[in-house]
Design a protein around this ligand. Structure first.
Ligand code: NAD
Length: 471
């Protein structure tokens, strides 16, 4: 890396230090490139600072009541319990800080030059990094755009209105609100329900479609909706949030068209979780000075090597479009950096697991039963209830099921897990798919007993009518 006349010259410049960006920077450095990483906020991006990690930390903390109930159920008496939410938030912030410190140390160890500021493309080989300290040109051989996404703002429900907050703000509240209304029954909305309802808030979800969690098949949604309703005041589907008023006390009142009937929901906060937008984050990037093309939906066009339509520029993570998942960004960051370093890397398969931290957890990978039926008349399908798992029962977590789907010749097509530790169990199914495993491979793999993933092998047995535990 050279620093002549204030202009930095580097092999690789990465714009955005979220999961896609910091991974690209580290992998580029590991492959021998000089790397500069530009970030205007904090390393770790939305996932680590304002999304996955704080959300999962709060979900973990919110589980206390159910855990206590569980201990009481199995004969362990507990005394009075109180929640110091400020202390919970301090602990959550500490989790975030430990992770961001670790990333910073990694960047340091790998001699990645971290530049504080906003990057703007001057052309296909130069960005200028603007900060309070001024402007600094950076000349590069390759660039990776990893600018992420921001919460979508709905018309009439802007985040500048009193009481309207984003999925980012809701993680920073210093007290548990009495009442929340969540607009959007997607991943973020349902995870918000999970944590705040458990902390004792009354939570309502307003979802425009006819069911929440539109990305998941109905069988899964039913399993979640059942449990969600146990701890929320209501999930309203076919309910379109149309606007906002404030009551006499200044509290927000959400206006909702619910199946043609106007409803008004007042709350302490209206949380808008209606999807993510990638364009606002790129606003000051000046991509028009390059040959990078953007789709109608605002995503940067990339190929399976994460190359954009400009030879020198890559794009990874949310900036390159759906799925908006941190683990997709991590994979993409590694591939883009390796290609920039001269390797012939590419994204391999379509097996990207999706995990939702509701209660119980949901994790899916590959094809669902209904998707398999679009191709095969008689796919092999095995399904076992979690209540037949020795591990699930001994952990007092019997809710949910494990399902595997395979082609008639036994080739595994997908798996769906609803239940405790679903987020962990799905890893085995993902590896099995990656290795083109069959139902027999799953059946023939020795599983330690008692464990949650054992249910995968039992579901594989069930797919050929030979389940030992489910009957
Ligand atoms: P989403 O697209 O999953 O859900 C948004 C929902 O809002 C949709 O169901 C939509 O119908 C509804 N909606 C939009 N406008 C509405 C209106 N006016 N009234 C009522 N409903 C309305 O988006 P999200 O939940 O914001 O999540 C964004 C992305 O973040 C997801 O695509 C996901 O990939 C990612 N994410 C992943 C995880 C995870 O992996 N565990 C967790 C959180 C977020």
């Amino acid at each position: 890396m050279s620093n002549a006349g204030g202009t930095l010259t580097t092999d690789l410049v990465v714009v955005g230090a979220g999961p896609g960006g910091y991974t690209a920077a580290l992998r580029g450095a590991q492959r021998g490139l000089d790397v500069a990483l530009v970030e205007r906020e904090t390393v770790g991006g939305v996932c680590i600072n304002h999304g996955c990690i704080p959300a999962k930390s709060l979900i973990h903390a919110a589980g206390f009541q159910k855990d206590i109930q569980h201990w009481n159920d199995i004969g362990i008496e507990t005394g009075e319990v109180s929640v110091d939410f400020e202390a919970v938030q301090a602990w959550k912030n500490d989790v975030v800080e430990r992770l961001t410190d670790h990333i910073r140390a990694g960047l340091d160890d790998h001699d990645v030059c971290l530049l504080d500021g906003t990057a703007r493309f001057l052309d296909s080989s130069t960005v200028v990094v603007e900060s309070e300290r001024g402007k600094r040109p950076v000349e590069f051989d390759h660039a990776v755009v990893a600018t992420g996404s921001q919460p979508v703002e709905l018309p009439g429900l802007g985040f500048d209105q009193d009481g309207v907050i984003s999925s980012r703000d809701v993680l920073q509240l210093d007290a548990v609100p009495d009442e929340l209304v969540v607009v959007g029954g997607g991943y973020i909305g349902m995870e918000a329900v999970t944590k705040f309802a458990k902390f004792g808030a009354s939570v309502r979800v307003v979802e425009a479609r006819d069911r929440v969690l539109g990305a998941f098949e109905e069988e899964i949604v039913d399993a979640i909706q059942e449990t969600s309703e146990m701890y929320t005041d209501g999930i309203y589907t076919n309910a379109l949030a149309t606007g906002l008023e404030h009551d006499d006390e200044g509290r927000p009142v959400l206006l909702v068209d619910h199946d043609g009937t106007e409803r008004r929901f007042s709350a302490d906060y209206v949380v808008v979780a209606a999807g993510r937008d990638t364009t606002a984050a790129r606003e000051r990037l000046d991509l028009e000075n390059t040959d990078v093309e953007v789709t109608e939906r605002g995503y940067i066009v990339t190929d399976d090597q994460l190359r954009t339509t400009d030879d020198t520029i890559f794009a990874v993570g949310d900036a390159a479009g759906e799925p908006f998942l941190a683990h997709a960004a991590y994979r993409e960051g590694k591939v883009a950096a390796a290609v920039a370093a001269g390797d012939d890397a590419a994204l391999g398969t379509d097996y990207l697991p999706s995990v939702m931290y509701t209660d119980p957890e949901v994790a899916v990978v590959g094809r669902s039963e209904s998707e398999a039926r679009e191709t095969y008349d008689d796919p092999l399908v095995g399904r076992v209830p979690m209540a037949t798992s020795g591990r699930a029962l001994s952990a007092n977590k019997p809710a949910g099921y494990v399902k595997v789907v395979a082609a008639p010749d036994g080739t595994l097509l997908g798996a769906q897990v609803v239940g405790a530790r679903a987020s962990d169990t799905i890893a085995e199914a993902t590896l099995a798919l990656e290795l083109d495993a069959t139902i027999d491979d799953l059946r023939g793999t020795a599983h330690a007993h008692p464990t949650f993933p054992e249910a995968l092998a039992d579901a594989a047995d069930d797919a050929v009518g030979e389940s030992i535990h489910s009957h």
